[in-house]
Design a protein around this ligand. Structure first.
Ligand SMILES: [Zn+2]
Length: 455
């Protein structure tokens, strides 16, 4: 290890107290980009604060309003001669806190317990914002200038899926044309102290299924048995989407893929997913293949009478909202069409069944090139581990596909300060500050290395 690395390590360490103060200030503002939940003034305050922090680092920073009304921060620094330009991404909006009673401490007050920091957004993704700030501050402290060109993008509506930033990037592609690689700091590691890059994200298709079996509801005593029952038809159709082992079965959709990155231990999966005592993951094959490499069908909503207040009648109509996750490389729209055809083909005679794709999201497979190899090496050095594995990602991050479309040849690197115990999107979200420190050091080391290579 070179002394340069140790100097950066010391600079990142020295910058952590200020970084964690900044994290506390960011968490204190409930920046939920949903006017039904929270005043958008809070989102704008956080955006302005992030812009000011980037300006203080010497970047040319501004807020832009995107088509969904959210405020994204964009900050740039020109590349020194011969050096590449790196896009650093995070988002400043957060999920709503949900049921406050489910939180051990106030979600909007960063609170330390057992050496973790609790609060909404502590990991997702204000922890990512602070990681970039700490890394950039350390680079300035050690080198006196940024060694590469920078485009810092801090989104304001990532959690809403309203595509404001995607549209902005698509319509301002020229602003991003110089970007060689993008570090998306919105994912996470295998465990605390066990770094990994997320190399794939599944794509997604939403399908709405509707069943109409009668002109209206009828008395189950008088007609039940001979009258077609919409709820029974719905249940039968849904039952064709999984086999007895639990594997998803959509006609024409391959479900035999295997994951070749880091394994996902079955016991850990059972604990992360909250399986009941003694239960094992469903489906054939290992959990990593099931959740990262294969399609998965989830029924996310059902229209049928609720249990309370139900009456003894045969239901005329029923419906379901279906969410299909597909492996990277599979076109979500085509997979959605296969699901629609699968359902329509099984419609019983005399019953109206309709199904349509209501939305899709692209998956993602990272290109393994020079920049991701350099980032892996920086992670290994920062965490002092011999090698860095690959994980699949949970949610979709549409920006990854948008960047690849807008910037031909860009290498997207997906990292982050979450890990399975961070409870992102749930009560008691938290971050381990050592993850922020290690990740910031990895990013600073990566950027310094790129600058040295170009000089
Ligand atoms: Zn996030």
């Amino acid at each position: 290890m070179s002394t340069g690395d140790e100097t950066l390590r010391a600079a990142v360490h020295a910058g952590m107290p200020a970084g964690l103060d900044e994290l506390a200030a960011l968490v204190a503002v409930p920046s939920v980009h949903d006017p039904a939940v929270q005043s958008l003034d809070d989102c704008h305050r956080v955006a302005d604060r992030v812009r000011d922090a980037l300006q203080d680092l010497g970047l040319a920073a501004r807020c832009v309003t995107t088509t969904d009304g959210s405020r994204a921060v964009i900050a740039t620094h020109p590349a020194p001669a011969g050096a590449p330009t790196v896009l650093l991404y995070a988002h400043h909006d957060v999920q709503p806190a949900g049921d406050l009673a489910a939180w051990t401490s106030d979600p909007w007050t960063l609170t330390e317990r057992d050496s973790r920091l609790y609060g909404r957004g502590a990991a997702d993704c204000k922890g990512g914002v602070v990681t970039h700030l700490v890394a950039l501050r350390a680079l300035l402290d050690v080198h006196g200038a940024f060694p590469v060109g920078l485009v810092v993008v801090v989104e304001g509506s990532e959690e809403q899926g309203t595509d404001g930033l995607e549209e902005y990037v698509s319509t301002h592609a020229a602003d991003f044309a110089d970007v060689d690689t993008a570090v998306v700091m919105d994912a996470g590691n295998a465990a605390v102290g066990v770094p990994a890059l997320v190399t794939t994200l599944r794509g997604t298709a939403f399908v709405e299924l509707r069943v109409r079996a009668l002109r209206g509801n009828v008395h189950s005593g008088m007609f039940g048995g001979a009258a077609p029952d919409a709820v029974a038809v719905l249940v039968a159709l849904l039952a064709t989407l999984r086999d007895p082992a639990g594997d998803t079965t959509v006609d024409g959709l391959d479900a035999s893929q295997t994951w070749d990155g880091l394994p996902y231990d079955a016991d850990r999966f059972a604990s992360d997913a909250g399986l009941l005592d003694g239960a094992v993951p469903i489906g054939s094959g290992d959990p990593a293949s099931q959740v990262w490499a294969r399609p998965a069908l989830t029924v996310v909503g059902i229209d049928a009478p609720g249990v309370a207040g139900s009456s003894p009648s045969v239901q005329a109509t029923a419906g379901a909202a279906l969410n299909l996750r597909v492996p990277p490389g599979v076109d979500p729209a085509a997979a959605g069409s296969l699901l629609v055809e699968h359902l329509l083909r099984r419609a019983p005679d005399g019953v109206e069944v309709t199904a349509q794709v209501t939305g899709t999201g692209d998956g993602f497979r990272a290109t393994a090139g020079q920049f991701s190899s350099a980032f892996r090496a920086a992670l290994a050095s920062s965490y002092r581990v011999p090698s860095v594995g690959s994980l699949g990602g949970g949610g979709s991050i549409p920006l990854c596909a948008t960047l690849e479309r807008a910037i031909p040849g860009v290498e997207v690197i997906l990292a982050g300060v979450s890990e399975p115990t961070a409870n992102v999107h749930a009560p008691d979200e938290s971050v381990d500050p050592s993850e922020i420190e290690h990740m910031a050091l990895a990013e600073a080391t990566f950027l310094a290395g790129l600058g040295a290579a170009g000089a």
